[in-house]
Structure formats: structure tokens, C-alpha cells
Design a protein around this ligand. Structure first.
Ligand SMILES: *Cc1c(COP(=O)(O)O)cnc(C)c1O
Length: 450
């Protein structure tokens, strides 16, 4: 069979609502042209993020009923802990309410003024948490990763020579850890190869540095390794996942991605002393070590989600549906980051509307255009998100695909909306910021049209 179908059927449905163009115009203006400020009920197809927006399985909902809500030592925690230990090989597992809580704890322990943290590309919350600790965050993607048209199979890779150079320049004692983000979200959802993780591990070993994974999309990354990396084709995905984590000293995970849940996170590590200190911080702000700011039922849903995400029919469908959207956009002449990423398609907004300069936020303009045209909500990843201090390498619009939520006809509709917007792209107008907070401005900034 040629068609790769959704490997599930639908058990519960949730209506979505079409709005008129006049309604959308009014809502967009009320929201200050920032789609984070819209009410979700005014959105038809929500591609803002793949984070926490997935559909849970019937087995996960069954787990919700099984949740043990004891304050300490709940059965649900031990199911969660052993699932994560078995999957990753890490001895110590802390639940957190989401990925950024794991990051906040990790960088409160490892960061600080004078410290430098290299990453293939820091995600926005990771960047904010590194900087909040007083440390400097440095992005070291390979050159191919910065070129939207380059079809390198592992564009998420870290530039190993640049890492060595950075270590020589600032000194290993100022680098508390090296981090690799799999898949590289801010770099286009692109995967990192096993070979690259092994090479970075070797550099870390030479300098006595710990390696941490920002492993939100570890399963999607492992699927790409199986598809694209020589010699990996016959390996079960769970073996590849085990090897990825085996190369690291710890990991932060937002379970809202490959944990297939709506809320939850994990902080993993091997080091006993670091674990003790992380546990103290967890208790200070999140909750006791066996629940970490979550309910017992959330731990059950995660334990089951981390099992389902490694099923290869799921991963095949998941990665194929993203590629389907990317290929159709390319075929109509919309430039995207090639090849399509795992969880999202990233449209090159600078190429889509060359008449809008970066300081007028071409990505934000495309995002507003998609909402006006068809009620679609997407996310700018460019100068709004990262341009406060310097100009990012690319002006992108991310179409993130929630897991197990939309069907092929929803995606076909998105493609039609894009086609209509493309025909009138000359009418898109630039934006300027009229109000912004000191950090993570994309969430709350307000804009006006130029
Ligand atoms: C989502 C994400 C995070 C942060 O996780 P939250 O659950 O949103 O706090 C960190 N890193 C990457 C790569 C992510 O995609």
C-alpha cells in the first residue's frame, strides 16, 4: 500500500469552529497581532505548537483513572520511574511540571555568571534559563543547518570543530555542560545523528565535560536515525533511543512532546550528588520528589506515553504526515526549511515576502496572514522570538503538527489556505512592536501594522 494511514481510530471528538473573515480581523486587532493572545475558540486549525496539544490514547485515559494520588511513594511514580530508567538507562528520574522546570533546576545548579553553555541551538526557554542563571548561551549548529535549502540528512548536528574552538577560547573550567537538542527545534526540527552525538561525547570526554540532551523529541530523532543513518536501518527504535541517552550524562525532557501528554516533564541524570542537589531544588519550588508538581494520574499518562511513542507504526505515520505538508508546500513554490522536520514544517518567511525587511518581522506578518485567510494559527520563529539582541539566521514560520489530532483533510485545508495567501502575498504588511516585556517577548508583545 502507498498510503501511510493514521495507526489509530477516533474514540472521542471535539468540535472546531469556523469564523468569518470579519470576525478574524476583529480578533486579530484585539490581540495586537500576536496570536498567543487569541482565544483558542477563535482558531480553526491550531498549529501554534506541538507542545501539550496531542491526543491521549484510551490506555493513557485508563491510566488517569489508575493514578495513585498519595503524597509520597505513589505507585504511579514507581511505574513512571521504571519506564524512564528502562528507556534511557539513567539511574535518577525526577518528574517536573514541564521541560522548563527541568531546565531551571539544572541551570540553577550548573549555570552562573562567567559560565558558558554550548548547544547545537538553544530553544527559547533553555536560552532564557541559561541567561537567567547569569551564564552565556552559545549556539553551535553546523553550517548546513543555517541554510534553508540544504538537504543534509542531519541538519540538527552540532559543529564539533566550533565546540573545540569554544572550549579552547573560554577554557573547559567555564563550561559546566555541553547540551545537544534532539531534534533541533529552533533550527527547523532537524535531527542529530548518532555519529554527531558520539563525536561530541568524545570531545566532552577529552575535556572532562558532562553532556546533557535536551531530549523533548528523542523518539522522532531516533526515527530519523533509523531512516537516514548508514547501518541503523535494522535496529529497533528503542535500541537507538537507549544508545542516544547512553552517550549522555543526563537529560531534560518536556513530556508535552514525545511523552504524548498534555502536561509533564522529566529531569534525568547519572550523578548521585547532582541528583541530591536537584531533588532539594525540586522540593523547594515544584513538589516532593515522587510527584514534582504533577498529579499521580499525570505520571501514569507519561509512563504510558513514553511507551506508545516508540511504536514504529506511530513514528512512521508521524514523520510522514509532517513530510506530506512540507512536500505540498514546496510543490506550490513555498520555500521551506528542507527537508521537512519531525514535528513541524518551517516556512522561510523572508523568501515568502521579500518586500518586508527583518526589522518589520516578515514571519509575524505571514502568521497574521494565515489567520486572516483561513483561521490557522502558526508561530513566528525569527526576529520576534530571538531578535532582541541580534538578528537570527532565518525568519521562519513554524507550522507545528499536534500529535494524533488532525487528519489528512485538515492538512489539505492548510495547504489550500497557503495557496490562497501565496497568491496575495504582495499585500502582506510589516509590523512594529508597540509593547514588549523584558524576556520571552513573543508570548505577550503587541504589534501595529506598518
Ligand atoms: C518545548 C521545549 C522545551 C521546553 O519545554 P516546556 O515543556 O515547554 O517547558 C525545551 N526545549 C525544547 C527543544 C522544546 O521543544
Amino acid at each position: 500500500m502507498k498510503t501511510i494511514i493514521e495507526p489509530f481510530r477516533i474514540k472521542a471528538v471535539e468540535p472546531i469552529r469556523m469564523t468569518t473573515p470579519e470576525e478574524r480581523e476583529a480578533r486579530l486587532r484585539e490581540a495586537g497581532f500576536n496570536l498567543f493572545l487569541l482565544r483558542a475558540r477563535d482558531v480553526l486549525i491550531d498549529l501554534l505548537t506541538d507542545s501539550g496539544t496531542g491526543a491521549m490514547s484510551s490506555e493513557q485515559w485508563a491510566g488517569i483513572m489508575r493514578g495513585d494520588e498519595s503524597y509520597a511513594g505513589a505507585d504511579s511514580f514507581f511505574r513512571f520511574e521504571s519506564r524512564l530508567q528502562e528507556m534511557t538507562g539513567f539511574a535518577h528520574v525526577l518528574p517536573t511540571h514541564q521541560g522548563r522546570a527541568s531546565e531551571r533546576i539544572l541551570f540553577e545548579l550548573l549555570g552562573g555568571p562567567d559560565k558558558v553553555v554550548p548547544n547545537n541551538t538553544h530553544f527559547d526557554t533553555t536560552l532564557a534559563n541559561v541567561e537567567h542563571s547569569g551564564a552565556r548561551a552559545v549556539n553551535l549548529p553546523i553550517a548546513e543547518g543555517r541554510d534553508p535549502r540544504n538537504r543534509h540528512p542531519f541538519k540538527g548536528n552540532m559543529d564539533v570543530a566550533a565546540l573545540e574552538h569554544l572550549i579552547d577560547e573560554v577554557g573547559a573550567e567555564r563550561i559546566p555542560a555541553v547540551m545537544i537538542t534532539v531534534t533541533n527545534n529552533s533550527g527547523g526540527g532537524q535531527p542529530v545523528s548518532l555519529e554527531n552525538i558520539r563525536d561530541v561525547r568524545a570531545v566532552c570526554d577529552r575535556h572532562g565535560l558532562p553532556l546533557f540532551l535536551d531530549a523533548c523529541r528523542f523518539a522522532e530523532n531516533a526515527w530519523f536515525i533509523k531512516q537516514r543513518e548508514p547501518g541503523q536501518q535494522d535496529r529497533p527504535v528503542k535500541d537507538i533511543v537507549r544508545e542516544m541517552f547512553g552517550l549522555a550524562d543526563g537529560a531534560t525532557i518536556s513530556a508535552k512532546k514525545d511523552g504524548l501528554v498534555n502536561i509533564g516533564g522529566v529531569l534525568l541524570m547519572r550523578d548521585e550528588d547532582l541528583f541530591r542537589r536537584a531533588s532539594s531544588l525540586l522540593i523547594l519550588t515544584e513538589g516532593y520528589v515522587t510527584y514534582g508538581g504533577l498529579a499521580g494520574r499525570d505520571l501514569e499518562a507519561m509512563a504510558q506515553g513514553f511507551e506508545e511513542v516508540l511504536r514504529e507504526d506511530y513514528l512512521q505515520y508521524r514523520i510522514r504526515s509532517t513530510a506530506y505538508l512540507g512536500e505540498k508546500l514546496l510543490a506550490m513554490g513555498v520555500q521551506i526549511v528542507e527537508p521537512p522536520g519531525g514535528h513541524a514544517v518551517y516556512v522561510d518567511a523572508a523568501a515568502f515576502c521579500p518586500h518586508i525587511p527583518p526589522e518589520q518581522f516578515p514571519g509575524q506578518s505571514v502568521v497574521c496572514g494565515l489567520y486572516r485567510e483561513g483561521g490557522i494559527r502558526a508561530c513566528e520563529i525569527g526576529s520576534v522570538m530571538f531578535g532582541r539582541h541580534s538578528r537570527p539566521a532565518m525568519e521562519l514560520v513554524r507550522l507545528a503538527i499536534p500529535r494524533r489530532v488532525y487528519t489528512q483533510s485538515h492538512i489539505d485545508y492548510v495547504i489550500e489556505v497557503f495557496d490562497a495567501l501565496r497568491a496575495r502575498r504582495g499585500d502582506l504588511r510589516g509590523l512594529r512592536i508597540v509593547d514588549e516585556p523584558p524576556a520571552l517577548r513573543h508570548f505577550t508583545a503587541r504589534f501595529a501594522e506598518v
